[in-house]
Design a protein around this ligand. Structure first.
Ligand SMILES: Nc1ncnc2c1ncn2[C@@H]1O[C@H](COP(=O)(O)OP(=O)(O)OP(=O)(O)O)[C@@H](O)[C@H]1O
Ligand SMILES: [Mg+2]
Length: 315
């Protein structure tokens, strides 16, 4: 398990990361989502031991990254935001070079090479010069290099950025597959890029965690309220307004007329589901319920609301 505890990082007057905390558990694929400048890369760089925090720490099974970076880095595969490929090298040579840095040689290299080539689907390009590979392949090569030592944790900074839609689908599939046996955290500033890949989304804004949960949890409104839309026939406006007196948990957001019927938009706290009470109230007042559906706020809308002031990290 990885535990990020009260992490902060200041660059001069810029507070890039402000006391953030979260845990990553085995078997999780987590999306780290935030607008440009929100603090994603800074957090990921601290997690890899590449830069030190101003305050706080990151723990990997009780070892902290500041005192045990060499030990922990054996378990981490890191794909930086700018994929550091040597474009004039052949794919094979580049992977061998990355393996040698980690002291993986001889038969160990052959095994490791075969594993990453299979996992990342690189068989057709292993003897090609990196500069002649497509962007999608380059991203796979970067991933293969980051995984040559078979790390337990993959930290991927914007791994699908700049890829075309087909390449995004392919890398997404690959990351999902890798996530079956590794903890994966991947960043993005575009919701759609990661929504389909990850189990959980952590939203960072202005260096702080703005939300953390599964898509469904985030959809249950950032304020912890669920919305319900009802279409009813035979309901007078005053009996609709009076419903609040009988069922205090609800707030009526709007009542609109719709060809004789009425559409009621209301909300209630997640923990307090009043739908049976609403049904009984409707029966008592001879309403005819035509429809009753929990309406979910759009995840895109939640993300936009939570990340509105993404660029103002200076105080
Ligand atoms: N080495 C640095 N020196 C000074 N300021 C920095 C440095 N690195 C990052 N920053 C600032 O810290 C803030 C967070 O940057 P960071 O790169 O972590 O954001 P990000 O979420 O990764 O953004 P992007 O989506 O653009 O990659 C920004 O305001 C950035 O300008
Ligand atoms: Mg970044």
């Amino acid at each position: 398990m990885i535990s990020v505890k009260n992490l902060s990082k200041t660059f001069g007057s810029v507070r890039a990361v402000r006391s953030i905390s979260f845990d990553l558990h085995d078997g999780e694929i987590v999306g780290f989502l935030g607008a440009n400048g929100a603090g994603k890369s800074t957090t990921l760089k601290i997690m890899t031991g590449y830069i030190s925090p101003t305050a706080g720490n990151v723990f990997f099974n009780d070892y902290n990254i500041q005192d045990h970076s060499l030990k922990i880095q054996k378990d981490i595969g890191y794909l930086p935001e700018v994929n550091p490929l040597y474009t004039e090298m052949k794919v094979y040579d580049y992977l061998q070079f990355n393996a040698e840095i980690r002291n993986i040689k001889g038969q160990n290299f052959k095994n490791a090479f075969q594993k990453v080539v299979d996992e990342c689907g690189l068989a057709e390009v292993v003897h090609r010069t990196i500069g002649n590979c497509s962007k999608g392949f380059r991203q796979r090569i970067g991933l293969a290099a980051a995984m040559i030592h078979d790390p337990k944790i993959l930290i991927l900074d914007e791994p699908v950025s700049g890829l075309d839609p087909n390449q995004i689908v392919e890398i997404r599939k690959l990351i999902k597959e890798l996530g079956k046996e590794k903890i994966v955290i991947m960043s993005s500033h575009i919701l759609q890029e990661i929504q389909a890949t990850v189990d959980r989304i952590i939203i960072i804004n202005n260096g702080k965690i703005a939300a953390d949960g599964t898509s469904d949890e985030l959809l249950t409104d950032a304020s912890g309220k669920t919305r319900l839309t009802m279409e009813v026939d035979n309901a007078e406006e005053n009996t609709i307004q009076d419903m609040k007196a009988t069922i205090p948990a609800i707030s009526i957001r709007s009542i609109t007329k719709n060809n004789g019927s009425k559409i009621i938009d209301l909300e209630y706290p997640k923990a307090n589901d009043p739908r049976p009470d609403i049904f009984n109230y409707a029966v008592k007042n001879n309403w005819i319920i035509l429809e009753m559906v929990p309406s979910k706020q759009n995840l895109e809308e939640i993300f936009r609301n939570l990340t509105k002031n993404g660029d103002s990290t200076v105080e």
